[in-house]
Design a protein around this ligand. Structure first.
Ligand SMILES: Nc1ncnc2c1ncn2[C@@H]1O[C@H](COP(=O)(O)OP(=O)(O)OP(=O)(O)O)[C@@H](O)[C@H]1O
Ligand SMILES: [Mg+2]
Length: 481
């Protein structure tokens, strides 16, 4: 490449292409070296995935200073999109909260290493949801530390593993209830507000719920998958926010593959294992490259030991919030999210973030789904009642985790399988199709351990998937023959 000569304050844009039959690949370090650029954030390389690329060279990092969002950015456009920040070229970066053309709620994933800016994005999205009348259920597996301002601005804030499981169970039950209701109404597509609001279920630090060894990993994985499957067409969306290096830990790649393929994926600063995973999962085509995002934008300066000692600048500006919107029309174009709240830590709640949410109550779940959402939803603002429900869930889990020796020796089997057996026994004894409630009553009468309707419903879905049970009509289950 010939030398590029530009005035210090000029932006240089190079359109490059390789001959037909070749795929454009580049080595950012080599490119920077060729152009004598010591700060990689001054250069943006956007490829079309095959032969062409635009290389833009800026006098300084174009995303160094991000403004806060405006109210107009926060309101959904007619395509259900909000503006989340800017691309390096100043164009608005948009993310979809809803797809009005298909009536689809969105599945979203936000990945980034620790401190990359995930929770600020969560706050912004939650504030946008509030402003757009969307019902937000928000679980923070960091005990509520990630986004304290969200507490009173969402319909259901959850802060523990147990509460998150209860929330996910309720969400699945609400989606099923909506399916039943819409079916009865002869509806085949979801429309916001007619009759129900859009719901968004979000789990920050989702890796803590889904990683190996997490106490409710199996059920959480199942519920996340189930919600992804049933929620989309009935206005219940979901989002996972997680640390990048844990992709393979998020309940197994199976759970996420569908979400990754069809969902709204935001990738913040990543680790190399994350990048390998994205490529091996087919999310990034092998030829496609993303310019890495450094942690700070301070160029590395070599200093001789004989130089006069200048203080090392530790406080170089960071790149938090910088990333790629992989499912947007510009997946390889570096963007940065708006600055949300004050950068310096604030004592107590951040007034700037509270202002984003605006005054008033957040949107609430429709009355028609309260029964389906169950006791946990009713108890969501009642710490004592919620603690009791969480304890019951812990007990349930402990029972399930106690392995019991299988009859005749052999491998111990988990008593988790027993609920399935008890349901099958109840159905066999009755001989007729039963509702989940009738099955629960029969199971509770068999003298075994206490279970709840949510577990029975979940187990019925597992049994139906495995072919042991069939759905014979609306809400009725029978033994498969
Ligand atoms: N868009 C942004 N612009 C400027 N600074 C930001 C932006 N987003 C985040 N920051 C800064 O980065 C810090 C870390 O952000 P945040 O807590 O959102 O990261 P995180 O990815 O959730 O980290 P963790 O893994 O620790 O939960 C914030 O306290 C804030 O100072
Ligand atoms: Mg966080």
């Amino acid at each position: 490449m010939s030398t590029v000569i530009a005035a210090a304050d000029e932006i240089v844009e190079l359109m490059v292409e390789v001959p037909q039959g070749q795929v454009l690949r580049y080595d950012l370090a080599a490119l920077c070296s060729a152009l004598d650029i010591d700060d990689p954030t001054r250069i943006a390389v956007e490829t079309d995935g095959s032969r062409r690329a635009i290389v833009t060279i800026y006098p300084s990092n174009p995303l160094a200073d991000m403004p806060p969002p405006t109210l107009a950015d926060m309101l959904m456009d007619r395509h259900g999109r909000i503006v989340v920040g800017r691309y390096h070229n100043g164009r608005p970066a948009r993310r979809r909260l809803f797809d009005p053309s298909t009536g689809s709620a969105q599945r979203a994933l936000v990945f980034g290493t620790t401190g990359a800016g995930k929770s600020r994005i969560v706050q912004y999205t939650l504030a946008c949801e509030k402003r757009n009348g969307i019902v937000s259920w928000y679980a923070d597996l960091k005990g509520g530390q990630s986004a304290p301002e969200a507490q009173d601005n969402v319909d259901w804030p959850a802060t523990t593993q147990e509460e998150t499981i209860l929330m996910l169970r309720s969400a699945v039950a609400v989606a099923q209830e909506r399916q039943r209701r819409y079916h009865a109404l002869g509806r085949n597509a979801f429309m916001i507000g007619d009759p129900d609001p859009l719901i968004s279920v979000r789990i920050d630090e989702a890796n803590r719920l889904l990683e190996k060894g997490a106490p409710y990993r199996d059920e959480a994985t199942y519920l996340v998958k189930e919600l992804g499957r049933t929620g989309r067409s009935v206005g219940v969306g979901e989002e996972l926010d997680a640390q990048a290096s844990h992709l393979e830990e998020l309940g197994g790649s199976d759970t996420l593959r569908a979400m990754l393929k069809e969902g709204e994926v935001t990738l913040l600063r990543w680790s190399s294992s994350m990048m390998r995973q994205l490529v091996s999962d087919g999310l990034l085509p092998a030829g496609e490259q993303l310019t890495p995002i450094p942690k700070t934008i301070a160029p590395r300066v070599l200093r001789s030991q004989f130089d006069v000692d200048l203080d090392d600048e530790d406080d170089a500006p960071g790149t938090q919030g910088t990333g790629y919107l992989l499912s947007s029309p510009h997946p390889t174009s570096m963007m940065r999210h708006f600055r949300i709240g004050s950068i310096a830590p604030t004592p107590g709640l951040d007034p700037e973030i509270l202002a984003l949410y605006g005054p008033g109550e957040p949107a609430r779940l429709e009355k028609a789904s309260h029964a389906a959402a169950g006791e946990a939803y009713a108890a969501r603002h009642d710490p004592v009642a919620m603690a009791a429900l969480c304890r019951a869930l812990q007990d349930e889990q402990e029972q399930q985790n106690k392995t019991i020796p299988a009859a005749g020796g052999g491998q111990p089997r988990r008593s988790a399988a027993r609920l399935g057996d008890r349901i099958l026994a109840a159905l066999a004894a009755d001989g007729e199709a039963m509702t989940a409630e009738e099955i629960l009553a029969a199971v509770l009468a068999d003298g075994g351990r206490e279970v709840r309707i949510g577990s029975v419903r979940n187990e019925l879905v597992v049994l139906a998937d495995s072919g042991d049970v069939v759905r014979t009509g609306r809400g009725l289950y029978a033994l498969a023959r």
